[in-house]
Design a protein around this ligand. Structure first.
Ligand SMILES: *Cc1c(COP(=O)(O)O)cnc(C)c1O
Length: 420
């Protein structure tokens, strides 16, 4: 009997992702841009195809069989998302196009209607542009004042400074759970507790946490939480807003039209129940159903297991990058088990521009991100024009990290010839 190499869990998982078998520039794809968007397993791709092939129909409208089936699948996916983040009711989950739209929903529906001149909004210097620009709109329209939290010497959220900024003027705190650039995991539960003591509401941007660790909105006690499907193995064009029921109940609709109404007259209308009040027009039906399939997929593997495996990869990534003297990684260091930060590394390599790094690595089949990662204020704060970023997922392997690090070393060596 020949000894077959034993299949590991990650081998089995990788077989679900057809794209991982693709070649790029003649080399096996090494996809390390998961913080920009994740890849999709067959289970998700198939659920989208099944919808279009077998029961494509509009939701909440037809009395016919296909519409009933589509409605059940669409609403069933909402139940899965609610359970996934431990919402207390399915009515607390509103489908949106993405996290950006979810933040804008809160900005237009809640903040525009509740903030007065002099009221304060606190976010942090590490926020994604999607969690900054909507607050610019709100400040311009309402006269609210924007305050921001900076970084500790470890390049993490400065909780002490946050405490100093908080006051009874604070009406809203909007912060990222896990930074897409620094990789730090912010103390969101404590942030919610402190903000609530001042009577402020809290929005958590969970784009980079929901795909990688268990997230529990009731334990966190946030008022709203947003995430994008495409970063959690689901298609693009679907995301969600979680909001506490009593708060969503008080908020006026964001967009008007079909699907969100109870009754319409020529001069006024009454609105539907939650969550439909916030879902105007025909939604992204297949995408929502596929989001449900993605949640099933992640849940079957287990968010605890995903987090633990990614921590192992993080420890290895930092160990290997640590051997390259030119590399400066931003954000906190992981502990010996790879815990304490996200499975990503945004870095610079001496004088080499990040775009040159990613272009050269592409020749090796390695996909990493370069640029400002939609965190321009953070890059300005760190006084760097750009970083390169490798971001991992549960389907990545140590062997892929080896390919990446080897390609990176060769690229740095090549440039050292003329950059010194
Ligand atoms: C990706 C991302 C967003 C924006 O997500 P969209 O899908 O583009 O709406 C917001 N915040 C963080 C931390 C992100 O990583």
């Amino acid at each position: 009997m020949t000894l077959a190499k034993e299949k590991t869990v990650v081998d089995i998982v990788r077989a679900d992702f057809p794209i991982l078998k693709e070649k790029v520039n003649g080399k096996p794809l090494v996809y390390l841009d998961n913080a920009a968007t994740s890849q999709k397993p067959l289970q998700v791709i198939n659920s989208l195809q099944d919808y279009y092939q077998e029961y494509n129909s509009n939701v909440h409208r037809g009395a016919h069989c296909l519409s009933g089936k589509a409605t059940d699948a669409y609403e069933g996916a909402r139940d899965r998302v609610a359970k996934f983040v431990n919402a207390s009711s399915r009515q607390e989950i509103v489908y949106t196009r993405n996290a950006t739209e979810a933040i804008n929903l809160v900005a237009y529906s809640w903040a525009m209607n509740n903030l007065q001149p002099g009221d304060e909004i606190i976010f942090s210097v590490m926020e994604h542009h999607s969690n900054i620009v909507p607050w610019h709109f709100v400040a311009q329209k309402t006269g609210a004042v924007l305050k921001h939290v900076e970084l500790t010497s470890e390049e993490t959220f400065d909780l002490d400074q946050f405490k100093q900024l908080l006051s009874d003027k604070t009406k809203l705190v909007s912060v990222v759970h896990v930074s897409n650039t620094l990789g730090c995991i912010n103390p969101v539960k404590e942030i919610c507790h402190l903000a609530h003591q001042q009577g402020a509401k809290v929005l958590i941007d969970a784009c980079q946490s929901v795909p990688h660790m268990p997230v529990d909105v009731q334990d966190m006690d946030c008022d709203w939480l947003v995430a994008s499907g495409h970063k959690m193995c689901a298609p693009s064009g679907i995301g969600f807003l979680y909001g506490k029921q009593e708060i969503l109940q008080e908020m006026p609709p964001f967009l008007g039209g079909g699907e969100m109404i109870a009754d319409v007259y020529l001069d006024h209308s009454t609105y539907g129940e939650l969550p439909h009040k916030f879902e105007a027009g025909t939604p992204a039906i297949g995408e929502a159903i596929a989001l449900g399939a993605a949640v099933d997929y992640l849940t079957t593997i287990g968010m605890d297991k995903i987090h633990a495996y990614e921590a192992e990869l993080t420890a290895y990534l930092f160990q290997e990058l640590g051997k390259i003297p030119q590399i400066r990684i931003y954000g906190p260091k992981p502990d010996a088990n790879g815990e304490g930060r996200a499975a990503l590394a945004a870095f610079t390599a001496g004088q080499i521009h990040a775009n040159d790094l990613s272009t050269f690595l592409d020749e090796y089949g390695v996909a990493i991100r370069s640029g400002h990662h939609c965190t321009q204020p953070l890059h300005r704060h760190l006084d760097i024009p750009a970083t390169a970023r490798a971001s991992l997922s549960f389907y990545n392997t140590r062997e892929e990290i080896d390919v990446f690090v080897k390609a990176l070393k060769e690229t740095i060596e090549f440039f050292s010839g003329f950059l010194g």
